[in-house]
Design a protein around this ligand. Sequence first.
Ligand code: C2E
Ligand code: MG
Ligand code: MG
Length: 589
Amino acid sequence: MEVREQSGEPTPLRVLALDAPGPAGRLLEGVRGGGHPPGLRVEFCTSAAALLQRFWRAGAEAALVPVASGDEGSLAALRQLRLHARSLALVAVRDPADGAIVAEATRRGAGAVLLPSELEAGELARCVRHAVERHRMLCELEEARERERHLATHDPVTELPNRLLFSDRLGQAVAAARRRGDRLAVLVMDLDEFKAVNDTLGHAAGDRLLAELGARLVSCIRRSDTAARLGGDEFGVLITHLRDETAAARVAEKIVAELARPIDLDGREYVASVAIGIALHPRDGSTPEDLIKNADAAMFNAKESGGGRYVFFAQEMNTRAEERLSLESRLRLALARQELRLHYQPQVDVDTGRIAGAEALLRWQNPELGLVPPAGFLPLAEDTRLIVPIGAFVLHEACAQARRYDAHGFAGCRIAVNVSGHQVHEGNLVRLVSEALEESGLSPDRLELELTESALLRDVDAIIDTLDGLKGLGVRLALDDFGTGYSGLAYLKRLPLDVLKIDRLFVRGMAQDPADETLTAAIVAIAEGLGLEHVAEGVETTEQLERLRALGCRRMQGFLFSPPVEAEAFVALLCAAKRDGLGRGGAAG
Ligand code: C2E
Ligand code: MG
Ligand code: MG
């Protein structure tokens, strides 16, 4: 679009003409003589450098550059202008006898090559205007292409290279390192709990978080290294010319520290935690694929050991990664093949010896692996989010089973179901629980959901609505493994809890270590002070039972009464408890 002055005339185009000292110089004589041609403002500059200076300071639309074969200076000027003033249309002027120069001038960046005869007033303005218009279109086209290229190789959220470009640079870096006998490092990192941010604060906040982390990542590395977003919440870093392993460790340390600085997200402080895996060339792999795969395996290892740290690749991680993969594919089929089942462990009212409730505990009966306890597959189920469909199965099955037990004297007893943090953060737990209750016809106050500290405390604000929703249904909430999660106590009063479960760690130590008894007494006092019930877990001996009873514990669970048993066997327990009372010598396990 042309800018017009108030008179309606187009603004004159600013043209910088090069007053070349060599033989080409005389070609511009026609312009130099007669003042400004109409529609143009021509200013002469004595060198390409001076022309550039003036362009940078005051701008211009076109440059007029006389060129002649054999006058290398004039051609070099053209090249220089093309390189350093990309928006400037370059119009060359040549001797009519010098036809060979046209191709050369075009090659060096001239958009038009004129003859001195075309420098007459009207003709020059027309040619320059045409050249400027054409150059502008070419620039726009090139920008569009550039944007396209950028989009194909960069992540729009963080502006970092994407996986494609990262792999490409890694490929080149590996080849160069091989030639030079150099080392390089690939870091792969994964953000803990990024999904929770997206789910609770929305995608816009998630994007801002990623952009901020991307910028911090870049601040941790040299300009010659590459930071990339590999997808989702996964980032990669390529460090070339690596002196030794400790240099890679130092970068990883810096990244862990830099990313752990709090970030303000909509007024909430968010502290990111990353797990970093490091693979080195040539030690851990000689191809880009192997290096990324092995850095990935190391990253998994870092994640498993709690995140917020870095781990170097070691060969045995691959064996473990393969085992994990095969376990995962088996676990994916477990639900459909009905290999998952629940065992039930009674919770006993020690005053009467009667069963007051049961905790449903998950087991995996696999034809090849045998009976797998939760510790053998729950961590994997959590990582892969398989825990969400598995957890749904547990809820439905436990509620239905409780109703079946009613015929055997379970009516009025509570069924406790363990719920994973992912289920709480996933967002549809309230609906799921309400469906399980409706389908089974179980009264809501007979369902007790057990949540662990670690599941709850990551972000209390984010889950408080879910917990309130559950309370709204009328179900009871228990805090499992209380006191083992290294968390403060302040959150306790914010959560709508009904029950504290005293972890078996405290119960176990009671007979030997007075400190455990003190802690157990304190937990009982906290529960009672907050108006919560308490259940002691892992009671194995009558001595523990008596000590707990002395502290005021009434509801207990543990091998002393019975281990978790299969669904059918639990019926026999109900009968035995009614007859003799559990833990009183009658049906003690
Ligand atoms: P938890 O909820 O604290 O369950 C109690 C664990 O203690 C159970 O282990 C139980 O078998 C064991 N236990 C009970 N009495 C005694 C005792 O007297 N002595 C000893 N040493 N242990 C006792 P289990 O069944 O292996 O479950 C382990 C954990 O797995 C559970 O800890 C719970 O956090 C998790 N889990 C089990 N089932 C599920 C489930 O359906 N969903 C989820 N998300 N987690 C589950
Ligand atoms: Mg439990
Ligand atoms: Mg527990």
